[in-house]
Design a protein. Structure first.
Length: 348
Protein backbone atom coordinates (compact mmCIF):
# COMPACT_ATOMS: atom_id res chain seq x y z
CA UNK A 1 0.00 0.00 0.00
CA UNK A 2 1.16 3.54 -0.74
CA UNK A 3 0.81 5.73 2.33
CA UNK A 4 0.32 9.48 1.88
CA UNK A 5 2.75 10.36 4.63
CA UNK A 6 5.86 12.53 4.80
CA UNK A 7 8.23 10.80 7.19
CA UNK A 8 10.40 13.28 9.03
CA UNK A 9 14.15 13.07 9.27
CA UNK A 10 16.56 15.57 10.82
CA UNK A 11 16.40 17.80 7.75
CA UNK A 12 12.68 18.43 8.34
CA UNK A 13 13.45 19.74 11.82
CA UNK A 14 16.49 21.86 11.03
CA UNK A 15 14.62 25.16 10.67
CA UNK A 16 12.50 24.52 13.76
CA UNK A 17 15.07 23.70 16.44
CA UNK A 18 18.01 25.29 18.22
CA UNK A 19 20.75 23.70 20.29
CA UNK A 20 21.63 25.08 23.70
CA UNK A 21 24.84 24.17 25.46
CA UNK A 22 24.52 21.79 28.41
CA UNK A 23 20.79 21.33 27.80
CA UNK A 24 19.07 18.36 26.25
CA UNK A 25 15.97 19.32 24.32
CA UNK A 26 12.96 17.34 23.16
CA UNK A 27 14.12 17.14 19.55
CA UNK A 28 17.32 15.47 20.75
CA UNK A 29 15.34 12.84 22.66
CA UNK A 30 12.48 11.93 20.32
CA UNK A 31 12.83 8.97 18.01
CA UNK A 32 12.48 9.31 14.24
CA UNK A 33 11.36 6.52 11.92
CA UNK A 34 13.92 4.50 10.00
CA UNK A 35 13.24 5.49 6.40
CA UNK A 36 15.42 2.67 5.07
CA UNK A 37 12.83 0.13 6.23
CA UNK A 38 9.32 -0.39 4.80
CA UNK A 39 6.84 1.89 6.58
CA UNK A 40 4.74 -0.65 8.50
CA UNK A 41 7.79 -2.74 9.43
CA UNK A 42 9.62 0.37 10.66
CA UNK A 43 6.67 1.16 12.95
CA UNK A 44 6.76 -2.38 14.36
CA UNK A 45 10.52 -2.13 14.85
CA UNK A 46 9.99 1.11 16.77
CA UNK A 47 7.53 -0.68 19.04
CA UNK A 48 10.06 -3.44 19.65
CA UNK A 49 12.64 -0.83 20.63
CA UNK A 50 10.34 0.59 23.33
CA UNK A 51 8.36 3.28 21.53
CA UNK A 52 4.77 3.58 22.77
CA UNK A 53 3.45 6.87 21.34
CA UNK A 54 3.60 8.29 17.83
CA UNK A 55 3.09 11.97 16.96
CA UNK A 56 1.90 12.93 13.51
CA UNK A 57 0.23 15.97 12.01
CA UNK A 58 -2.53 16.59 9.50
CA UNK A 59 -1.81 20.01 7.94
CA UNK A 60 -5.14 20.87 6.30
CA UNK A 61 -7.92 23.40 6.75
CA UNK A 62 -10.27 21.96 4.14
CA UNK A 63 -12.65 20.48 6.72
CA UNK A 64 -13.34 23.71 8.64
CA UNK A 65 -13.81 25.65 5.40
CA UNK A 66 -16.17 22.92 4.15
CA UNK A 67 -18.17 23.61 7.33
CA UNK A 68 -18.58 27.29 6.32
CA UNK A 69 -15.77 28.20 8.70
CA UNK A 70 -12.40 29.90 8.49
CA UNK A 71 -9.03 28.58 7.37
CA UNK A 72 -5.69 28.32 9.12
CA UNK A 73 -5.90 24.87 10.75
CA UNK A 74 -3.20 23.66 8.37
CA UNK A 75 -0.72 25.80 10.35
CA UNK A 76 -1.23 24.22 13.78
CA UNK A 77 1.17 21.29 13.55
CA UNK A 78 4.18 23.35 12.57
CA UNK A 79 3.41 25.84 15.36
CA UNK A 80 3.34 22.92 17.80
CA UNK A 81 6.67 21.56 16.60
CA UNK A 82 8.43 24.92 16.86
CA UNK A 83 7.68 25.00 20.61
CA UNK A 84 7.53 21.36 21.66
CA UNK A 85 10.79 20.31 20.03
CA UNK A 86 12.72 23.01 21.88
CA UNK A 87 11.53 22.31 25.41
CA UNK A 88 14.20 21.05 27.80
CA UNK A 89 14.02 17.39 28.76
CA UNK A 90 13.82 16.48 32.43
CA UNK A 91 11.87 14.11 34.67
CA UNK A 92 8.69 16.07 33.91
CA UNK A 93 8.98 15.81 30.12
CA UNK A 94 8.49 12.09 29.44
CA UNK A 95 9.43 11.77 25.77
CA UNK A 96 11.72 8.73 26.08
CA UNK A 97 9.13 6.47 24.42
CA UNK A 98 7.77 8.89 21.78
CA UNK A 99 8.36 8.82 18.03
CA UNK A 100 7.84 11.82 15.77
CA UNK A 101 6.50 10.27 12.57
CA UNK A 102 5.82 13.25 10.33
CA UNK A 103 2.65 14.39 8.60
CA UNK A 104 -0.13 13.12 6.38
CA UNK A 105 0.54 14.62 2.96
CA UNK A 106 -2.36 16.93 2.13
CA UNK A 107 -0.38 19.49 0.14
CA UNK A 108 -1.97 18.77 -3.24
CA UNK A 109 -5.48 18.83 -1.75
CA UNK A 110 -4.69 22.09 0.01
CA UNK A 111 -3.51 23.54 -3.29
CA UNK A 112 -6.74 22.46 -4.98
CA UNK A 113 -8.76 24.12 -2.22
CA UNK A 114 -6.95 27.44 -1.94
CA UNK A 115 -9.10 29.33 -4.46
CA UNK A 116 -12.41 27.78 -3.41
CA UNK A 117 -14.94 30.12 -1.78
CA UNK A 118 -17.20 28.39 0.73
CA UNK A 119 -19.90 31.01 0.18
CA UNK A 120 -20.29 29.64 -3.35
CA UNK A 121 -22.43 26.46 -3.36
CA UNK A 122 -20.41 24.76 -6.10
CA UNK A 123 -17.12 25.52 -4.34
CA UNK A 124 -18.57 24.35 -1.04
CA UNK A 125 -19.45 20.97 -2.59
CA UNK A 126 -15.91 20.70 -3.96
CA UNK A 127 -14.46 21.43 -0.51
CA UNK A 128 -16.57 18.61 0.90
CA UNK A 129 -15.35 16.23 -1.78
CA UNK A 130 -11.76 17.20 -0.98
CA UNK A 131 -12.46 16.63 2.72
CA UNK A 132 -13.49 13.05 1.89
CA UNK A 133 -10.13 12.66 0.15
CA UNK A 134 -8.39 13.81 3.32
CA UNK A 135 -10.31 11.05 5.13
CA UNK A 136 -8.96 8.50 2.67
CA UNK A 137 -5.38 9.58 3.36
CA UNK A 138 -5.60 9.82 7.13
CA UNK A 139 -7.27 6.45 7.74
CA UNK A 140 -4.51 4.13 6.43
CA UNK A 141 -1.75 6.06 8.23
CA UNK A 142 -3.73 5.81 11.46
CA UNK A 143 -4.40 2.11 10.82
CA UNK A 144 -0.69 1.40 10.33
CA UNK A 145 0.24 3.10 13.61
CA UNK A 146 -2.42 1.15 15.50
CA UNK A 147 -1.45 -2.14 13.82
CA UNK A 148 2.09 -1.66 15.14
CA UNK A 149 0.72 -1.54 18.69
CA UNK A 150 1.37 2.19 19.13
CA UNK A 151 -0.84 4.98 20.47
CA UNK A 152 -1.25 7.94 18.07
CA UNK A 153 -1.03 11.57 19.14
CA UNK A 154 -2.61 13.43 16.22
CA UNK A 155 -2.30 17.19 15.80
CA UNK A 156 -3.54 19.73 13.36
CA UNK A 157 -6.20 20.11 10.74
CA UNK A 158 -9.89 20.34 11.41
CA UNK A 159 -12.18 18.24 13.57
CA UNK A 160 -13.28 16.49 10.39
CA UNK A 161 -10.32 14.19 11.05
CA UNK A 162 -12.07 12.55 14.00
CA UNK A 163 -13.99 10.47 11.46
CA UNK A 164 -11.05 8.63 9.82
CA UNK A 165 -9.37 8.31 13.24
CA UNK A 166 -12.49 6.71 14.74
CA UNK A 167 -13.01 4.52 11.68
CA UNK A 168 -9.44 3.22 11.72
CA UNK A 169 -9.61 2.64 15.49
CA UNK A 170 -12.91 0.76 15.39
CA UNK A 171 -11.66 -1.38 12.52
CA UNK A 172 -8.44 -2.15 14.38
CA UNK A 173 -10.18 -3.07 17.64
CA UNK A 174 -13.02 -4.92 15.94
CA UNK A 175 -15.65 -2.90 17.75
CA UNK A 176 -17.10 0.60 17.97
CA UNK A 177 -15.01 2.72 20.31
CA UNK A 178 -15.93 5.42 22.82
CA UNK A 179 -14.99 9.09 22.63
CA UNK A 180 -14.82 12.05 24.96
CA UNK A 181 -14.46 15.54 23.54
CA UNK A 182 -13.71 18.96 25.07
CA UNK A 183 -15.54 21.17 22.60
CA UNK A 184 -18.21 23.89 22.47
CA UNK A 185 -19.74 21.96 19.56
CA UNK A 186 -21.16 18.46 19.36
CA UNK A 187 -20.08 18.05 15.70
CA UNK A 188 -23.25 16.16 14.88
CA UNK A 189 -24.36 18.29 11.95
CA UNK A 190 -26.23 16.70 9.06
CA UNK A 191 -24.70 14.00 6.86
CA UNK A 192 -24.46 16.48 4.01
CA UNK A 193 -20.96 15.72 2.76
CA UNK A 194 -17.82 15.65 4.84
CA UNK A 195 -16.66 18.61 6.92
CA UNK A 196 -15.45 19.50 10.39
CA UNK A 197 -18.93 19.72 11.87
CA UNK A 198 -20.18 16.17 11.25
CA UNK A 199 -17.30 13.76 11.85
CA UNK A 200 -18.80 12.21 14.98
CA UNK A 201 -22.21 11.92 13.29
CA UNK A 202 -20.72 10.03 10.34
CA UNK A 203 -18.77 7.77 12.71
CA UNK A 204 -21.85 7.00 14.82
CA UNK A 205 -24.07 6.40 11.79
CA UNK A 206 -21.56 3.91 10.36
CA UNK A 207 -21.05 2.03 13.63
CA UNK A 208 -17.55 3.23 14.50
CA UNK A 209 -18.55 5.31 17.54
CA UNK A 210 -20.58 4.04 20.49
CA UNK A 211 -20.56 6.07 23.72
CA UNK A 212 -19.76 9.75 23.17
CA UNK A 213 -19.67 12.57 25.71
CA UNK A 214 -18.91 16.24 25.10
CA UNK A 215 -17.40 18.26 27.93
CA UNK A 216 -18.18 21.98 27.85
CA UNK A 217 -20.77 21.89 25.07
CA UNK A 218 -22.12 25.40 24.56
CA UNK A 219 -25.88 25.16 24.33
CA UNK A 220 -26.01 28.50 22.52
CA UNK A 221 -23.75 27.21 19.72
CA UNK A 222 -25.59 23.99 18.84
CA UNK A 223 -28.95 24.01 17.08
CA UNK A 224 -31.85 21.86 18.23
CA UNK A 225 -31.33 19.32 15.45
CA UNK A 226 -27.74 18.69 16.53
CA UNK A 227 -28.80 18.16 20.15
CA UNK A 228 -31.67 15.89 19.10
CA UNK A 229 -29.43 13.84 16.83
CA UNK A 230 -26.88 13.37 19.58
CA UNK A 231 -29.64 12.22 21.92
CA UNK A 232 -30.95 9.83 19.25
CA UNK A 233 -27.61 8.01 19.32
CA UNK A 234 -27.59 7.96 23.12
CA UNK A 235 -24.82 10.54 23.41
CA UNK A 236 -24.50 12.95 26.30
CA UNK A 237 -22.78 16.16 27.33
CA UNK A 238 -21.79 18.36 30.24
CA UNK A 239 -22.63 21.91 29.29
CA UNK A 240 -20.49 25.02 29.53
CA UNK A 241 -23.37 26.52 31.52
CA UNK A 242 -23.16 23.80 34.18
CA UNK A 243 -19.39 24.03 34.43
CA UNK A 244 -18.75 27.76 34.25
CA UNK A 245 -22.01 29.57 35.05
CA UNK A 246 -23.80 27.45 37.64
CA UNK A 247 -20.43 25.88 38.59
CA UNK A 248 -22.10 22.75 39.84
CA UNK A 249 -19.22 20.62 38.56
CA UNK A 250 -15.60 20.85 37.50
CA UNK A 251 -13.60 19.47 34.58
CA UNK A 252 -11.99 16.55 36.41
CA UNK A 253 -15.26 15.38 37.98
CA UNK A 254 -17.12 15.73 34.70
CA UNK A 255 -14.56 13.67 32.82
CA UNK A 256 -14.50 10.92 35.41
CA UNK A 257 -18.30 10.86 35.65
CA UNK A 258 -18.57 10.59 31.87
CA UNK A 259 -16.11 7.71 31.66
CA UNK A 260 -17.86 5.89 34.51
CA UNK A 261 -21.22 6.23 32.76
CA UNK A 262 -20.06 4.64 29.50
CA UNK A 263 -21.89 1.33 29.18
CA UNK A 264 -19.87 0.04 26.23
CA UNK A 265 -16.45 -1.30 27.18
CA UNK A 266 -14.00 -0.17 24.53
CA UNK A 267 -10.86 1.92 24.05
CA UNK A 268 -11.33 5.65 24.48
CA UNK A 269 -10.65 8.34 21.90
CA UNK A 270 -9.57 11.55 23.66
CA UNK A 271 -10.57 14.53 21.51
CA UNK A 272 -10.00 18.23 22.11
CA UNK A 273 -10.96 21.15 19.89
CA UNK A 274 -8.65 24.10 20.54
CA UNK A 275 -11.60 26.48 20.17
CA UNK A 276 -12.76 25.24 23.58
CA UNK A 277 -9.94 27.34 25.07
CA UNK A 278 -10.67 31.01 25.70
CA UNK A 279 -8.88 33.33 23.24
CA UNK A 280 -6.89 30.47 21.68
CA UNK A 281 -6.00 30.95 18.01
CA UNK A 282 -8.50 28.55 16.48
CA UNK A 283 -10.74 28.05 13.47
CA UNK A 284 -13.60 29.39 15.61
CA UNK A 285 -12.14 32.07 17.90
CA UNK A 286 -13.85 31.84 21.27
CA UNK A 287 -14.26 34.44 24.04
CA UNK A 288 -16.39 32.08 26.14
CA UNK A 289 -14.46 28.95 26.96
CA UNK A 290 -12.00 27.30 29.30
CA UNK A 291 -8.56 28.21 30.60
CA UNK A 292 -5.57 26.27 29.32
CA UNK A 293 -5.05 24.70 32.75
CA UNK A 294 -8.61 23.33 32.58
CA UNK A 295 -7.90 21.87 29.15
CA UNK A 296 -4.78 20.24 30.60
CA UNK A 297 -6.89 18.82 33.44
CA UNK A 298 -9.28 17.45 30.83
CA UNK A 299 -6.55 15.69 28.86
CA UNK A 300 -4.87 14.36 32.00
CA UNK A 301 -8.06 12.97 33.57
CA UNK A 302 -9.46 11.61 30.31
CA UNK A 303 -6.21 9.75 29.60
CA UNK A 304 -5.17 8.55 33.03
CA UNK A 305 -6.39 5.06 33.89
CA UNK A 306 -8.00 4.76 30.44
CA UNK A 307 -7.28 2.38 27.60
CA UNK A 308 -6.65 5.26 25.17
CA UNK A 309 -7.09 4.62 21.46
CA UNK A 310 -5.57 7.99 20.55
CA UNK A 311 -5.27 11.67 21.46
CA UNK A 312 -6.50 14.19 18.87
CA UNK A 313 -5.86 17.93 19.20
CA UNK A 314 -7.41 19.89 16.36
CA UNK A 315 -8.45 23.29 14.96
CA UNK A 316 -5.44 25.34 16.13
CA UNK A 317 -5.19 28.13 13.54
CA UNK A 318 -2.42 30.68 14.21
CA UNK A 319 -3.58 33.06 11.48
CA UNK A 320 -6.90 33.56 13.28
CA UNK A 321 -5.23 35.25 16.25
CA UNK A 322 -6.36 38.90 16.30
CA UNK A 323 -2.80 39.89 17.22
CA UNK A 324 -1.40 38.43 14.02
CA UNK A 325 0.16 35.21 12.79
CA UNK A 326 3.37 35.39 14.81
CA UNK A 327 1.47 35.80 18.09
CA UNK A 328 -0.95 33.08 17.02
CA UNK A 329 1.83 30.62 16.18
CA UNK A 330 3.47 31.27 19.53
CA UNK A 331 0.21 30.76 21.41
CA UNK A 332 -0.83 27.67 19.42
CA UNK A 333 2.59 26.11 19.90
CA UNK A 334 2.50 26.60 23.66
CA UNK A 335 -1.09 25.39 24.00
CA UNK A 336 -0.59 22.25 21.97
CA UNK A 337 2.70 21.43 23.69
CA UNK A 338 1.14 21.77 27.13
CA UNK A 339 -1.69 19.42 26.16
CA UNK A 340 0.65 16.78 24.72
CA UNK A 341 2.79 16.90 27.85
CA UNK A 342 -0.35 16.54 30.02
CA UNK A 343 -1.17 13.39 28.05
CA UNK A 344 2.32 11.94 28.31
CA UNK A 345 2.47 12.63 32.04
CA UNK A 346 -0.89 10.88 32.50
CA UNK A 347 0.31 7.80 30.60
CA UNK A 348 3.86 7.68 31.97
Amino acid sequence: MNYAVTIYDESHLANLVAVRDAEQRVFQSLALLDTQVEFTQALKDARDFGIRYVIFGIPEDIGPRANLGKGGADEGFRAFLSKFLNYPVNDFTPVHNVLLLGEVDCSDLQAQSCDLDNSNPADLEQLRRLCAQVDARVEPVMAAVLAAGLVPIVIGGGHNNCYPLLKASATHYGSAINAINLDPHGDFRALEGRHSGNGFHYAASEGYLKNYHVIGLDQQKNNSTILATMAHYGNSYTSYHDLKVIARDNIAQSVNNAKSAFTHKAPLAVELDIDAITLAPASAFNYRGFALCEAEQYVYNASKDSDVAYLHLCEAAPSQDPNGFSAGANAAGQLLSALVIAFLRAKN
